[in-house]
Design a binder for this molecule. Structure first.
Ligand SMILES: [Zn+2]
Ligand SMILES: [Zn+2]
Length: 275
């Protein structure tokens, strides 16, 4: 349930990677694709628009007090934008939604071509949603009632490219790193980017030992290593492969918790994490 909160909290609306997963074997960790939110200073900051955005959109109907909605897209793979389709009808009544995306995702109509005719009866423009493209590495600054939220961006490692975010809410910060394939070439820069963050949202698509090189994803072990190197607070594992049902993820979670020295969380839909 979306509710007013005095301190920044991250809410989990979608945990699954690549494609939504239906079935009772996915109920515990969830079957919707990537979507997370933080409410701050009368605004809602949404990270990715996976199928979890449809659930968030339903909750938003009861929240006329939220004046600004900012959606940050990591990239245009369908699991990160599929929730925009049902969200458009709700957004059309509000006129306060802004989508922030890397200029490569806006190029040549990018997102606008994907959402609209002939694929969907509504276009982003018709829903009154604004698009704010930015260059790789640009810093964004968003006014809220509780002060400015600073958003840092970094080009990520993923087929076709992606954008990673770090958002600062007062003295707390969260980094969003979906989708992400770690490696020696990026790890130093990535460590600097997330240094000292309170929360890392991490790509744990593959279980350790099952990584497919070049697919653009990582493991929970990679996330724990980054946390240690960067002196970060907690790591939230997400973007689980559809090959992994609840029983498999439970076993992975137990293994990770045994070696994580605290600060490791396996995301479940509906979870709320204080920053
Ligand atoms: Zn993805
Ligand atoms: Zn992707």
């Amino acid at each position: 349930m979306l509710a007013v909160s005095p301190k920044p909290e991250l809410r989990v609306w979608g945990t699954r990677g690549s494609f939504p997963a239906a079935g009772k074997q996915y109920m515990r960790y969830g079957g919707n694709t990537s979507c997370f939110s933080v409410e701050y200073g009368g605004c809602l900051f949404i990270l990715d628009a996976g199928s979890g955005l449809a659930v968030l959109g339903e909750q938003l109907k009861k929240r006329a007090d939220i004046r600004g909605i900012h959606i940050f897209l990591s990239h245009l793979h369908i699991d990160h934008v599929i929730g925009l389709y049902p969200f458009l009808a709700m957004a059309a009544d509000r006129q306060t939604v802004q989508i922030h995306l890397d200029e490569r995702s806006a190029e040549g109509g990018g997102l606008s071509r994907l959402i609209g005719r002939p694929y969907w009866p509504y276009s982003i423009g018709e829903a009154g949603i604004g698009l704010s493209p930015f260059g790789p590495g640009t810093g964004l600054h968003i006014e809220t009632d509780a002060g400015v939220v600073d958003v840092s961006t970094m080009s990520g490692t993923h087929p076709g490219g992606c954008c990673w975010y770090r958002l600062r809410f007062g003295d707390k910060s969260a980094a969003y790193l979906l989708d992400c394939e770690t490696g020696d070439d990026i790890e130093g820069k990535l460590t600097d980017f997330v240094s000292g963050a309170d929360l890392l949202v991490w790509d744990a698509h593959f279980a350790p030992g099952k990584v497919r090189k070049g697919w653009g994803h990582s493991t929970w072990e990679d996330g724990l290593r980054l946390r240690r190197k960067a002196g970060a607070g907690k790591v939230l594992m997400a973007h689980y492969s559809n090959d992994y049902d609840d029983a498999f993820l439970e076993a992975q979670e137990a293994e990770a918790l045994a070696v994580s020295e605290g600060g490791c969380i396996f995301a479940q839909e509906g979870m709320v994490i204080g920053l």
